[in-house]
Design a binder for this molecule. Structure first.
Ligand SMILES: *Cc1c(COP(=O)(O)O)cnc(C)c1O
Length: 468
C-alpha cells in the first residue's frame, strides 16, 4: 500500500510507504497523505469483529494500512500495549442515552480525551520505526488543548523523540494545560503562544514548508494531518457500529468536530465497507464545517472562544482529504483550491463534489446556550454528566431527523467531563470529578515558555530545543 499527497500532480512526488507516511506528517508539496486505494473488509469480516477485544480489531484495521510493513504479531502487540493504558476493559464502550441514541465513550485513556486512542498507538509506531532506523525526531504539535496532552503523555520519556506542544494562550482549560505543563521529562517542551489555535496550526505548516528547517530539526507531526491517527480513529467506528448491529443494519454518527480528523476517520471506515448512513458533523459557533456542508462554501471566519475549546477552529485541515476524494482524487485541483484558500480564505465547493459530500455528511452547529442545555438535559434524563464537546454533538443528534428505529445514532463522546469542570458545573450545578484521581495535576509545578504567534520566533525556539 502506497501513500500519495492530496496535491500530487502526477509527476512531482513519488508515492511512499506506510512507515514513511507516518513519520512525514505533511507531504513536501503541502498536501496530506492518503492511501493510493482504500482497503476494505467484507461484511463477513466486519461481522466477525463483534465481541473481539478492541486491540484485535485495531490490529486488523491498522494491518490493512500497514500492509505488511509491520509484522501482524508486532502490530497486535503494539495495539494491546496501547489500549492497556485505558481504564475501561472495552477501551471505547458504548452506552445508551435514549431510545435509538447511543454514546461511544472515547475518553477512558490517560489524558481523558479521545486523542489518547490514536496517540497511544502512534507513540508505539514511532518507537518501532525510529528504533529500526536508528533515527531521532522532533515532533511539533499544534494543540487546541487535548492533542498536546495526549501526545506529551504518549511520547514523554522516549529516547528517540523530542516533543514540543504549542497551545493558544488562555484558550484552553486549566486541566488541559496541566496535562502538558506538569510533565517533567526532558524531552518535552511546552509553548504558550499569543494567538489562536489556527495561528498555531499555521506556524506548524510554515515549519513544514521550510525544507531546510525540516531537515535541521528532523521535524515530524502528530496532528491529525498524520494519516496513522486517522487510521487509528477509524477503529472505534467499527467496534461501536458492530456492537449495535452493523453490518446487518446501518448506523449513523454525530461527531463533535474541529479539525475534521475524527469525522474523516468515519469516512475512512465507510470507505472500508462499514455501512454508515450519515455522519453528522457537529460544530460549536466556529461552524466552518457545518456551513461548508450546508451552503457549499468553505470559508474561514474569525475564531470565537467557546466552552468547547478543542473545537475553536476555523481551518479544518482534514477537509482537504475529503475534498480530494470528492473531486475524484484530482491532486492538481485540490492543490489549486487549498493554495488559493491560504490567500482568500474561501473555497467554493464544485457542485459534483458537494453532492458527493452530502451523501455521507450533514452539518449542524450549536450555540453556547444550547450546549449548556444539552449538558443539563442529559444529566436530568440519564443521570450522566457529559463534557461540552460531547454536548455539542448530543444537541445536534437530538435535532437530527433520522429514523432511530432502523438506524441507531451514535454520539462520539470525545472527552471526560472532568477535563472541563467550569463549563460542566456552570451548566449543571454539578462539579465532575476525575475518574481515577487527578494525579496531583493541581499541585505540580508548571513548565512552559511564552512566545508571540510568530513563525520565525517559534522556529528559532524549536531549533534551540532540538539542539539541547
Ligand atoms: C480534538 C477534539 C475534538 C475535535 O476533533 P477533530 O478531529 O479535530 O475534529 C472534539 N472534542 C474534543 C474533546 C477534542 O479534544
Amino acid at each position: 500500500m502506497k501513500y500519495v499527497s492530496t496535491r500530487a500532480d502526477g509527476a512531482s512526488l513519488q508515492p511512499i510507504g506506510f512507515l514513511d507516511a507516518v513519520l512525514a506528517g505533511l507531504a513536501p508539496d503541502g498536501g496530506l497523505y492518503v492511501p493510493e486505494t482504500w482497503p476494505s473488509f467484507t461484511p463477513e469480516e466486519i461481522a466477525a469483529f463483534a465481541g473481539r477485544p478492541y486491540a484485535e480489531v485495531a490490529a486488523a484495521v491498522l494491518g490493512r494500512f500497514a500492509d505488511g510493513e509491520i509484522a501482524d504479531d508486532l502490530l497486535l502487540e503494539m495495539c494491546t500495549e496501547a489500549y492497556a493504558s485505558f481504564a475501561h476493559s472495552a477501551t471505547c464502550p458504548v452506552t445508551q442515552l435514549a431510545p435509538g441514541l447511543f454514546m461511544a465513550e472515547l475518553f477512558h485513556g490517560p489524558t481523558l480525551a479521545f486523542k489518547d486512542v490514536a496517540m497511544q498507538l502512534l507513540a508505539r509506531l514511532y518507537d518501532h520505526i525510529l528504533g529500526a532506523r536508528g533515527r531521532t525526531l522532533t515532533i511539533v504539535c499544534a494543540t487546541s488543548g487535548d492533542t498536546g496532552g495526549a501526545a506529551v503523555e504518549a511520547f514523554r520519556g522516549r529516547s528517540n523523540v523530542r516533543i514540543c506542544a504549542m497551545f493558544p494562550e488562555g484558550r484552553i482549560s486549566d486541566v488541559q494545560r496541566r496535562f502538558m505543563t506538569t510533565v517533567e521529562d526532558a524531552n518535552v517542551a511546552c509553548l504558550s503562544l499569543q494567538g489562536s489555535f489556527d495561528d498555531c496550526q499555521a506556524i506548524l505548516k510554515a515549519m513544514f514548508a521550510d525544507g531546510q528547517f525540516v531537515r535541521a530539526v528532523d521535524l515530524s507531526a502528530v496532528n491529525s494531518i498524520n494519516f496513522a491517527r486517522i487510521a487509528a480513529q477509524a477503529v472505534y467506528y467499527f467496534t461501536t457500529a458492530v456492537a449495535l448491529g452493523a453490518p446487518h443494519r446501518p448506523v449513523a454518527f454525530a461527531v463533535p468536530t474541529g479539525n475534521f480528523g475524527d469525522a474523516f476517520a468515519g469516512y475512512v471506515a465507510h470507505r472500508m465497507g462499514l455501512p454508515i448512513e450519515k455522519i453528522l458533523v457537529a460544530t460549536n459557533a466556529n461552524d466552518i464545517m457545518a456551513r461548508a456542508f450546508e451552503d457549499g462554501r468553505y470559508s474561514r471566519g474569525n475564531v470565537a472562544a467557546t466552552q468547547s475549546p478543542a473545537m475553536d477552529i476555523q481551518v479544518a485541515s482534514n477537509f482537504e482529504r475529503l475534498y480530494f476524494e470528492c473531486v475524484r482524487r484530482d491532486g492538481v485541483e485540490t492543490g489549486r483550491a487549498f493554495r488559493a484558500f491560504g490567500e482568500t480564505g474561501v473555497i467554493d465547493i464544485p457542485p459534483v463534489a458537494r453532492a458527493a459530500m452530502a451523501e455521507l455528511f450533514g452539518g449542524a452547529s450549536t450555540g453556547e446556550d444550547d450546549t449548556a442545555r444539552a449538558m443539563l438535559a442529559t444529566l436530568n434524563e440519564t443521570g450522566r454528566l457529559i463534557d461540552p464537546h460531547t454536548a455539542v454533538a448530543v444537541s445536534a443528534a437530538r435535532r437530527a431527523t433520522l429514523d432511530h428505529e432502523t438506524t441507531p445514532l451514535i454520539v462520539l463522546s470525545t472527552a471526560h467531563p472532568a477535563k472541563f469542570p467550569e463549563a460542566v458545573s456552570a451548566a449543571t450545578g454539578v462539579t465532575p470529578t476525575f475518574p481515577r484521581g487527578d494525579r496531583g495535576l493541581g499541585d505540580k509545578a508548571e513548565r512552559f515558555d511564552r512566545l508571540p504567534a510568530d513563525a520565525a520566533t517559534v522556529m528559532e525556539y524549536v531549533r534551540g530545543f532540538a539542539a539541547r
